[in-house]
Design a protein around this ligand. Structure first.
Ligand SMILES: [Zn+2]
Length: 116
């Protein structure tokens, strides 16, 4: 049964609201995951957030994720990348310090302890 308003995930037994549209480009062995399409096409599949995250494609296929040009809600992809990079940088610096000089790493650790 087709609902008149709103789009739901096309995955079996999933009733969540669709937020992305997956398009299979068979000639290029590519699955394009982009913003919700304005109209339904034969090779389009609407997906909810969870299913677009867990998207899997056949072996040998590639996935292209198209981000919407403007996303008014939540942190942007850039923000998330910046946070991820910052965390990675700290982790890498920490690892490098320990790998290069265990002594220094240990002392650095002690120095970091609160003095009270
Ligand atoms: Zn779903």
């Amino acid at each position: 049964m087709r609902k008149m308003s709103g789009r739901t995930c096309s995955r079996a037994s999933c009733t969540k609201a669709a937020i992305k549209t997956l398009t299979y480009v068979y000639s290029d062995s590519t699955a394009v995951l982009g913003p919700l399409a304005t109209y339904a096409e034969p090779h389009n599949y609407d997906l909810c957030a969870a299913h677009s995250e867990r998207l899997t494609v056949p072996v040998g296929w590639q996935v292209i994720k198209q981000e919407p040009t403007s996303e008014p809600t939540g942190p942007s992809e850039d923000d998330l990348m910046a946070i991820a990079n910052a965390v990675r940088e700290v982790a890498n610096a920490d690892l490098k310090e320990k790998a290069m000089s265990p002594e220094l790493g240990r002392r650095g650790h002690l120095r970091a302890l609160p003095s009270n």
